[in-house]
Ligand binder design. Structure first.
Ligand SMILES: NC(=O)c1ccc[n+]([C@@H]2O[C@H](COP(=O)([O-])OP(=O)(O)OC[C@H]3O[C@@H](n4cnc5c(N)ncnc54)[C@H](OP(=O)(O)O)[C@@H]3O)[C@@H](O)[C@H]2O)c1
Length: 254
């Protein structure tokens, strides 16, 4: 696939859930997708599905939390293809933890995956993107990063940090020709979302991936969905703390 004219799209967390569906969607659009995750067997299944649908992909097994591994992955793509058009930083996740069980190690692990798993790839790819002057960086945040949620301290804090980091990059990089897209999905039915208790207005993975793909291809700066939940979450940011806490506790109890 060296020398392809197709847009080169690297997607982390492409072995399952949103990342796998998005990789399929973008391959159908005509991108050559580089599927990045740790589980080779699942990546092979995603690659086979893409090929069956007439698309093209390649696999890079990589733990995104390891800076050297991220750099090696990016370097290999640049060596093969000479550029990266879209860098989609989707790998992430978390689980519910009661505050009395939450350790510093849990917090660091969540930041390693949800924040530094993105930072590692941006650091590795940014010089090439700046040289190209026309790439795109996409990161998948979460509505869980808007405000504190029950039993979600490690995940929510890492996603909040990620979203602030990405917004800052978006402001700095737009004048240099690099589009930055921040996505903040609500609940999408995947392996990761099954760990959450309350899942108001949850979406299936295919429509979620379609919305994301549309926003990415349009180089939109921001997308949050489903739009009703996104607006409710935005308005809830304005509530005073006592009211917000009561409402969220009631929602969490279902
Ligand atoms: N589902 C939701 O309701 C929801 C809502 C808002 C935001 N999000 C965000 O959307 C993204 C995708 O979530 P999902 O629901 O699709 O979850 P998922 O099905 O559990 O997929 C997570 C992906 O991340 C990869 N991953 C995890 N740790 C990794 C590591 N250290 N190195 C490389 N890859 C790693 C996994 O692959 P391997 O295990 O093979 O490495 C997998 O491909 C995440 O950032 C999540 O926070 C999800």
């Amino acid at each position: 696939m060296a020398g392809t004219d197709k847009p080169i799209t690297l997607i982390t967390g492409a072995s399952s859930g949103i990342g796998a569906a998005l990789a399929n969607r973008l391959a159908r659009h005509g991108d050559h997708v580089v599927l990045v995750a740790r589980r080779l067997r699942l990546l092979q299944e995603v690659a086979a599905e893409i090929e069956k649908a007439g698309g093209s992909s390649e696999i890079a097994v990589c733990d995104v939390t390891i800076g050297d591994a991220a750099r090696a992955c990016v370097d290999e793509v640049l060596r093969k293809h000479g550029r990266i058009d879209r860098l989609i930083l989707n790998a992430g996740g978390g689980s519910r933890t009661a505050p009395e069980h939450l350790t510093g190690a849990d917090m660091r692990a969540s930041f390693d995956l949800n924040l530094f798993g993105v930072v590692n790839f941006v650091e590795a790819a940014l010089p090439a993107l700046l040289k190209q002057g026309n790439g795109q960086i996409v990161a998948i945040g979460s509505i869980a990063g808007f405000r504190g949620l029950p039993h979600a301290a490690s995940y929510g804090a890492a996603k909040a940090a990620l979203m602030n980091y990405i917004e800052s990059l978006r402001i700095d990089l737009a004048p240099r020709g690099i589009a930055v897209t921040l996505a903040a999905p609500g609940f999408v039915v995947t392996k990761d979302s099954r760990k959450q208790r309350a899942k108001p207005m949850s979406m299936q993975v295919e429509p979620a991936a379609n919305l994301l793909a549309k926003a990415i291809l349009a180089r939109r700066p921001y997308i949050s969905f489903p739009w009703t939940l996104a607006w409710i979450a935005r308005l809830m940011r304005l509530l005073p703390a006592p009211l917000y806490d009561r409402l969220i506790r009631a929602l969490d109890r279902g």
